[in-house]
Design a protein around this ligand. Structure first.
Ligand code: NA7
Length: 535
């Protein structure tokens, strides 16, 4: 994993930015095709999301035997997931296992942050420069920078004056944090907060939770995986994986084929109760039209609201914790004891919906007339999703055009994979692709295979440049918006829309529907990469 210390840039076929699941598979794939590819990774280790997000209770909310690679049958058979929902350390161990198993380490450069990537029109090559001044030149640049990797750090007045310890859930210290005997403030009640709050509350002397918007969360019902169950899945993995790829969100949520209107009130209730017992994000499959029809959504939303209220002793706290928005228009969370934590005497909920945080103080923070004192402050404030990691690199395409400037009014891509005026640049799970609305690993594999096939096609045809056409991009952006517009997903201030980051344009970024997306990509490839200009 050594750095290039000479003055001349290292020449490569492909530079891959990021060593999360996207970067690792991209590297494995390109190397297996005989390309000289290298991963540049800012962190001191691989794993991306699972390297950075080490807060207490961090865990995937897609079942482990689905949230895993399927490109190698032997790997699938060898690896043993221990729990239904894998905790962060186990997923990180899996990422490291991939590196060892496919001998990727010599081609991954850690502690290497990319500062800029510039395309040369004369040479059809990318020049990539790191923050340390190291340079690389490559025919292709693949951004595997992740959808939820650029932390969102809200600029509260007085932020730097806080004298105690400060943490962000997305950049958690590797050695862990002991909050015993401490007063702790946490800002945010998204998935990271919902997973970590029950653990922090057990340690802290007092925990103050500052909530701007309540979230829907359903019991995760995590458990150890039964050996017979896993043996059964493994005995039919190819068939099972094919089935999951056929699902709208690329994993098996046990989608109900019936719409809510087709069921009697008793049947609606029974189905909701069944989902509640199943736990986790299986709620996304409650009714076929749940994300499309308001009445259908209302049934689920009201059911979950009722369940949430039942868990909380104080009716005022219960009201504040009960969401009112469309179910699923923000990412639904899965928890273990989250709402019950607010019944503890050492936990206080502070509703900041109508009266936001005014300032951070040296010993706490102020909301209107009220001040709260604590020793440690946790930002569980999420991410500048989907575009943040790309924006933080100076990416320049034809005529020096900056990607950040091109995307000022919102990201524009063809298939979420490429963007006009940026030849030979690929994005894995970029805005405009199904990505965060799916099982990410399945989406990543589909993208990596598309990119690798495309590069193989270019090589076979002796082509050196591929670029998304503006017309194809415009049509794709319209289509992504049209699909989102026909759903209920535009109905709240979610990070899918960039609404969590002040000043970010309100554009729905992911594409809803994995199977139609795959079909589109397959027809694009079969037509010799229609919508792309090749030369
Ligand atoms: P999320 O889900 O974006 O949650 C961030 C939370 O922080 C959310 O409750 C936000 O409130 C809150 N927030 C953000 N900025 C502020 C400010 N300025 N003031 C007060 N509160 C704020 O991020 P997570 O890390 O929890 O989860 C990200 C994804 O990871 C998750 O969806 C899963 O896919 C896994 P808001 O809701 O915006 O009002």
């Amino acid at each position: 994993m050594s750095a290039n210390t000479s003055n001349s840039p290292r020449q490569l076929d492909a530079v891959i930015v990021g060593a999360g699941f996207a970067g690792l598979y991209m590297l494995q794939k390109l190397r297996s095709e005989g390309l000289n590819a290298r991963v540049l990774e800012a962190g001191e280790g691989v794993g991306g999301t699972w390297y950075w997000n080490r807060y207490p209770g961090a865990r995937c909310d897609i079942p482990s035997f689905q949230y895993s690679y399927q490109f190698d049958e032997k790997l699938e058979q060898e690896w043993e997931w221990k729990e239904r929902y894998a905790p962060q350390p186990e997923i990180l161990e899996y990422a490291n296992h991939i590196v060892d198993r496919f001998n990727l380490a010599p081609h991954i450069q850690l502690k290497t942050k990319v500062a800029e990537a510039v395309f040369s029109e004369e040479e059809n090559r990318w020049s990539i420069t790191t923050t340390g001044g190291e340079r690389f030149r490559a025919a292709y640049c693949v951004m595997a920078t992740g959808c939820l990797s650029a932390a969102n750090d809200p600029e509260f007045p007085g932020k730097d004056s806080f004298a105690g310890e400060t943490y962000h859930t997305g950049r958690w210290p590797h050695e862990g944090v002991d909050f015993s005997g401490k007063r702790v403030g946490i800002i945010g009640t998204g998935s990271s907060a919902i997973q970590s709050i029950p653990h922090i509350a057990e340690q802290a002397e007092h925990l103050y939770v500052f909530q701007r918007t309540p979230n829907y969360s359903v019991p995760a019902r995590n458990e150890s995986l039964d050996k017979d169950f896993i043996a059964d899945i493994k005995s039919r993995y190819p068939e099972y994986r094919a089935f999951t790829r056929d699902q709208l969100i690329a994993w098996d949520v046990e989608m109900n084929e019936k719409t809510a209107a087709e069921l009697t009130p008793a049947e609606l209730r029974t189905e909701c109760e069944r989902r509640w017992e199943l736990g986790g994000l299986y709620f996304y499959g409650t009714f076929a039209d749940m994300l499309l029809d308001q009445d259908s959504n209302d049934v689920v939303a009201e059911f979950v609201r009722e369940k949430i209220r039942e868990k909380i002793d104080d009716p005022v706290v219960a009201d504040a914790l009960t969401p009112t928005s469309v179910f699923g228009c923000k990412r639904v969370c899965a928890d273990t004891g989250y709402f019950e934590t607010f019944n503890r005497s050492n936990v206080s909920l502070i509703d900041i919906k109508d009266s936001p945080i005014d300032e951070i103080l040296p010993n706490g923070l102020r909301v209107g007339e009220a001040s709260y004192e604590f020793d440690a402050l946790i930002y569980a404030t999420g991410f500048d999703a989907m575009t943040g990691a790309l924006d933080r690199i100076d990416i320049r395409g034809k005529k020096g055009l900056s990607l950040k400037e091109k995307w000022l009014a919102g990201p524009r891509t063809y298939l979420g994979l490429a963007t006009a005026n940026f030849p030979n640049l690929f994005i894995v799970s970029g805005p405009g692709s199904p990505s965060v609305l799916t099982n990410m690993i399945t989406s990543i594999e589909q993208h990596v295979e598309f990119i690798s096939d495309c590069i193989g096609y270019m090589k076979a045809k002796n082509l050196s440049r591929i670029e998304a056409s503006l017309d194809a991009e415009d049509d794709w952006v319209d289509h992504v918006n049209e699909v989102a517009g026909s759903s209920l997903l535009l109905g709240c201030n979610s990070w899918y829309l960039g609404a969590n980051v002040p000043g970010k344009p309100r554009v729905f970024m992911p594409y809803l529907g994995f199977p139609p997306y795959v079909e589109k990509c397959e027809s694009v490839a079969a037509e010799g990469y229609s919508g792309f200009q090749l030369s």
